[in-house]
Design a protein around this ligand. Sequence first.
Ligand code: NAD
Ligand code: DAU
Length: 372
Amino acid sequence: MLKRTYLVTGGAGFIGANYVKYLLSQFDDVNLIILDALTYAGNYGTIAGDVDGQRCQFVKGDICDKDLVTSLFEKYPIDVVVNFAAESHVDRSIVNPRLFLETNILGTQNLMDVARQFWVTGKDDNGYPTWKKGVRYHQVSTDEVYGSLGATGFFTETTALDPRSPYSASKTSADLIVRAYSETYKLPATITRCSNNYGPYHFPEKLIPLIIKNILEGKPLPVYGDGSNVRDWLYVEDHCKAIEAVVRKGKPGEVYNVGGHNEKQNIEIVRLTIATIRRLMEEEPAYRAVLKTDLSNVSEGLITYVQDRLGHDKRYAIDPTKMKEELGWYPETAFEAGIVKTIRWYLENQSWVDEVTSGEYQNYYERMYSNR
Ligand code: NAD
Ligand code: DAU
């Protein structure tokens, strides 16, 4: 069997770790090198059981570090780069934009430059580089590059780019650099733009895991503005399947939108999460052991409307028709099933939550929310 070697950046984060687990469990034809800087959002413990030093190796480091990335290409026969590594949280980008520009833009450019150094085999008659057979650079991007929708309409791959936060501006810039390399050097590159993911290993600064954590602790549930902003939620494993379909079958130079056709207002998500936790605790009393408050406090009384996010995008909604028609992908997990699976995972993995929220994050969390 012909084996391919993937460099998976950001593989200790939420989606990257789910992707690593998905690949290792579903495909025998891949070896993985995980490169992750282990920022506050990255946790080696999440993937420790997957790293075996043979099929799956781990390297701690920064995607902006040219010497390090070069040394990985020298050491391993890397054919595919899947770039998840990023600063991913919009609120943090409002506090510290520069870090987002460095990692998300310059990190992307650095990965592609090193790949170019190792993958180019010569020149064609028009002076364009020719590329080693089978190589692929894949950029994991976001629906936020399209900006904000009103009450109707969907983002398609041809919707104009219109980012509005430092985070989404940095992701858009990265997408444009990927396109530039694809046009100028013919780098075989693809981009996926996905909507909001949820599922296991989601860092509890993001809406769904934060709400779960606060409910279990009997703490206020911060809802920005009036809670009417809309996100299109997709179960993380469906996103991983979409990425792999694009890496294997997507056309170089193309963008693919990935979404769940599952729009919900934030306040609906919060109410549903409270109701689901309450129901699970009533049906399966053993779960009550993880409650740090009285079951009677698990109620909408915890909902607290707080100052809105600056420049808060109103609505996102993806049209994933191209993924369905060209690659046969569709979101398999219904939200009702996915949210129960996710909540159960958090109830059963509180030690993971404790691990990732110790230290630096705790200080940041207190700073962010003490003045809201
Ligand atoms: P995350 O914050 O959970 O994980 C990011 C990972 O990247 C962490 O492990 C972190 O340590 C690592 N990292 C950060 N800076 C790095 C650097 N300079 N060098 C190496 N590693 C670094 O993010 P996520 O939610 O898993 O998102 C992964 C990717 O998917 C991001 O590119 C994000 O923009 C994109 N995305 C996320 C969502 C979502 O809903 N979470 C939706 C669409 C697209
Ligand atoms: O759409 C894809 C994007 O989804 C990804 O590109 C980002 O990396 C990812 O972080 C996510 O961005 P959002 O800003 O949509 O996710 P977040 O979980 O931060 O917020 C979801 C919605 O909930 C948003 O409208 C803001 C709101 N919110 C969030 C938090 C953390 C609250 O009302 N209260 C909160 O405490």
